[in-house]
Write a new protein. Structure first.
Lengths: 339, 336
């Protein structure tokens, strides 16, 4: 793998962004009350770029991705505000366009490849399904293209394994088959939701390397949703850190991890043990992440924050603001965190 | 280590029968979950066991408290054979050896209050804590693991994942055990909560004089908490040494590959780590029919005909200071 930060970014005119999400807000209306899963999330994505969305369970990272794909079930889920601009066109305002794009220009792979595959059809048939339906390809042409795709994702002996069923594939191979399926219609954006969480560490390394290679070869953009800070450091150019349905910090991975400007990012970096060092006592973040149906007032991180000031942080919601070049942070006291 | 080890495991084997073989000579096919594991645990020590899913690390834990009956091998606790114990003696063993499970949701009975969960062991082992003192002692334990003692009448669903794991820890402490086997105790928890539970485990180890067998797939957590570490692959320990020897001076190719695959969350070190990475081909073979000789040979870059024929013993071959089950054990030269 080459270091992702070495690559030049394509400079685009503002209207020509590949993807721009503005103020995305998603809520779930349940019998137990409203769950505010995503609360005004904005980010952009350029061609060939890898953006990591980092967060813990219940931070809203997966719901954000589902909203991008138009996969929020209504009810109970409602997208109450925001825009998702793909090449400048708002997918939320144009449902027809969203259906055109979903699964073609924007595709997604999931954590659990076994349950994402249908056990009663062969892997090859499932990878080829879209080619037959959308491209109206013949059986023979489909089969040839499926074998090509399987070779592209480095499934060994693809020509023989095309007729295997999902249970005959190992965990790593299933995730490769999912990736092949996602690539079938030449997407511009691939969203990977915890793609390696269910995999062992040696297999995780293979799959992350594959995704990074494919991004470069095919010129795709990658949105990587994960809770693993190590994975983010290795494959992403930029990172958006989410907490309680909001992006609390955003910027270049090197800069964010070396010098976090938000107390939550800083707390995460301090609380994880390192394989390179036995280390001393860990410094945990106190408390637990909040429930999305009872998000604390003011800054949602204030009950756990070592920098909090009783008045400002409890009452005033901090907005994302520029604290360093290319760095956005939602903290009243970001300068103090940085110093 | 001074004197006799607290726990000594020798040649532990656990094979699960899974019905008739379809191909090949007749007889029952077996999953060779644990295929000859030996180690010792000293008083006050933490032994980490790492390995990928299916390597048999949890099965080792279960056989040690006889939640699974071993196929063969011995395990002695304070000199007494665990596998030969009568049901009566086993009850006493379970006071000494406790277990904490991975899933803080599945391992607590949803219909019992926290107080009931903690005092249950005292109901069974009636001679331990007199009935009148149970409530106060339960509250003291709750406080010790960082929970509000006033929550004693609440149910598990009213707690977060991290709090539930604390309840699991309190329950494990009720009978004042000597050993706690921690089976993936933090892997189901959020990153920001893991460190709290790791710190708690370290604190109570000192307070209660505990020995831990700490089973996990997260190599960073294991390094942080362990004094010694055993690396498992397909039912066998392939390398065993102190934390320094395993993480800095590994000699088994699998240990080296496993360590090099861990993504490092520090931008400066990450590039070096990637340059040094050994990316293994393929997946772990099935434990139903593991490769002959060295189980790792099908993915190993050093493997030759000897590896297919000869089982490498877990011994220190070239005076590296710790045992490694590889015919060609050698320390790695860093590439960078």
């Amino acid at each position: 793998m080459t270091a992702p930060s070495q690559e030049p970014h394509v400079v685009l005119a503002p209207g020509d962004r590949l993807l721009e999400v503005r103020d995305l807000t998603v809520e779930f209306r349940t019998t137990h009350g409203v769950v505010n899963a995503v609360n005004g999330v904005s980010f952009s994505l350029d061609r060939g770029e890898t953006l990591a969305i980092l967060g813990e369970s219940g931070s809203g990272k997966s719901v954000s991705a589902q909203a991008l794909m138009g996969l929020i079930d209504t009810p109970p889920g409602f997208i109450t505000d925001g825009q998702i601009l793909f090449h400048g066109e708002d997918l939320l305002a144009n449902r027809h366009l969203q259906r055109q794009i979903r699964g073609r220009a924007i595709t997604m792979i999931f954590q659990d490849a076994l349950s994402a595959l249908n056990p009663v059809y062969t892997v090859g048939w499932q990878i080829g399904e879209q080619l037959r339906v959308h491209r109206k390809m013949s059986r023979k042409a489909t089969r040839a293209r499926v074998i090509e795709l399987m070779e592209l994702v480095k499934i060994p002996n693809a020509a023989a394994r095309v007729d295997d069923f999902p249970h005959q594939f190992s965990g790593g191979m299933r995730q490769r088959a999912m990736i092949a399926m996602a690539l079938a219609l030449d997407p511009e954006i691939l969203i990977a939701d915890e793609p390696t969480t269910a995999l062992d560490v040696t297999v995780q390394a293979q799959v992350m390397e594959l995704l990074d290679d494919l991004r470069r070869e095919l010129g795709m953009a990658l949105i990587l949703i994960t809770h693993d800070l190590g994975v983010v450091t290795e494959v992403a150019h930029r990172v958006a850190v989410m907490y309680a349905g909001r992006i609390v910090e955003q910027g270049d991975v090197n800069s964010v991890f070396k010098n976090p400007a938000h107390p939550y990012t800083e707390g995460l970096m301090k609380s994880i043990p390192r394989v390179t060092d036995k280390g001393h006592r860990l410094v945990p973040i106190t408390g637990a992440p909040p429930s999305l149906s009872r998000i604390p007032s003011g800054c949602p991180f204030h009950p756990r924050c070592p920098y909090k000031r009783p008045d400002t942080c409890v009452e005033e919601r901090p907005l994302l603001r520029s604290v360093l070049p290319g760095r956005l942070t939602a903290c009243h006291f970001a300068e103090e965190v940085l110093s | 280590m001074t004197g006799e080890p607290l726990l000594k495991v020798d040649g532990l084997i656990k094979h699960f029968p899974i019905g008739r073989k379809v191909i090949g000579p007749g007889g029952l096919a077996t999953v060779k979950a644990v295929d000859g594991v030996s180690f010792e645990l000293a008083r006050g020590e933490t032994l980490g066991i790492v390995g990928e899913s299916g390597c048999g690390k949890s099965t080792v834990a279960k056989t040690l408290v006889r939640l699974e009956e071993p196929t063969s091998g011995t395990a002695t606790f304070e000199g007494e054979d665990i596998f030969a114990m009568s049901a009566r003696r086993l009850r006493k063993l379970r006071r000494e050896v406790q277990i904490i499970f991975q899933d803080p949701y599945g391992s607590l009975n949803p219909r019992m209050t926290v107080g009931d969960i903690i005092t249950e062991a005292w109901e069974i082992h009636k001679d331990t804590v007199p009935r009148r003192q149970r409530k106060t002692q339960a509250q003291e334990l709750l406080e010790r693991v960082g929970l509000d003692p006033g929550m004693i009448n609440r149910y598990p669903h009213q707690f977060s994942g991290g709090q539930r794991q604390r309840i699991g820890i309190a329950r494990a402490l009720t009978l004042r055990p000597k050993i706690i086997i921690c089976d993936e105790p933090v892997s189901a928890l959020d990153v920001s909560v893991q460190a709290q539970v790791v710190n708690l485990l370290e604190e109570i180890q000192d307070d209660f004089g505990l020995s831990y067998i700490f089973i996990a797939h997260d190599l960073s957590v294991v390094r942080h908490i362990s004094d010694r570490v055993g690396v498992m692959y397909l039912g066998r320990i392939v390398e065993l040494g102190n934390e320094q020897q395993i993480y800095e001076e590994a000699t088994h190719p699998y240990t080296q590959a496993l360590l090099s695959a861990v993504p490092i969350p520090d931008p400066d070190e990450s590039a070096v780590a990637k340059a040094n990475r050994i990316v293994l081909e393929g997946d772990v073979p099935s434990p139903i029919d593991p490769p002959s000789g060295c189980h790792f040979r099908t993915r190993c870059w050093k493997a030759d005909s000897r590896c297919a024929e000869e089982d490498p013993e877990l011994i220190d071959r070239f005076a590296h200071g710790h045992p490694s089950a590889c015919h060609y054990a050698a320390m790695r030269d860093p590439v960078a």
